[in-house]
Design a protein around this ligand. Sequence first.
Ligand SMILES: [Mn+2]
Length: 314
Amino acid sequence: MEKFVQNNPFAQPSGTSPYVGIATFAGYPFWDIQSRADAAILGVPYDEGCSNKPGTRFGPRSIRQASMLYAYEGVEERFYDADRRKWILRGKNIVDAGDVDIEPLCRERNFDAITGAVSAILNKGAVPAVLGGDHSITYPVVKAFSGRKIHYVHFDTHVDCDRIFKSEYTHGSPVARILEDGLAESITLLGIRGLANSGNDVEWIQQQGAKIVTARELKQTRLESLAELFAEGDYYISVDIDVFDPTAAPGTGTPEPGGLLFPEFSDLIYLIARRGNILGFDIMEVNPQVDGPGDITSHLASRCVIELLSCALD
Ligand SMILES: [Mn+2]
């Protein structure tokens, strides 16, 4: 009878049923920190920086759950991208590093733990793939890249350089913190739109040298002519799920009409990957508490992670 009891709940799925077992990202194995990995998924269930609807602390768990849709087959058979008619991530060693241990109301301690966990992944030569959480945590994540001369690309409805709130560490200000600390060679903000941006912030961040391409501009510009935006070099890509249109991503705290759809996003990150190396990335602001039927926001986020993994590793 004992043969029917799994000794290791994180054992590689046999390749038939995505609903069996404890969810890791897409059923990838839990990380044994001594072993080599090409990329490591890291959850950061922190949402104390949120200024509107809370709940993104449940984002990592929800994205993992949705990502099990892609665990039908064993890792050797993954993945065939039927849309691009090619194999992606074949032979890549991807692991799930679990979550950063978050303590309520300990912002400094939590940010240090986040920087530490990302540094541990980088020190092993792996690409960190971070699941948020609210967008404030991109700042401690990017801190782990200090000294690496990264180009920082920020997909978001909002410019995230708020200078109104008394706290400097809300989900509305990671871009300002990254800029001030000199963590990025360049800053490019993509998909900006809507009425929830302060006009003063939009003008200020451009005066600091950041490039902005609005959602409407992205839709109306030929992809090839956007290539010159991206210098050759190393990249960190941060994705606020609210860059997508709310019809595609309703499960987020600050939705705004007029956003991107998945093929547009996919083409943009492929374009960036053609110009440079993606050293790390995050998907932030998925809030399953306000998601639509079918958990579509978590499903979209999990698909974005796989797309970004492919751009970073293939
Ligand atoms: Mn944001």
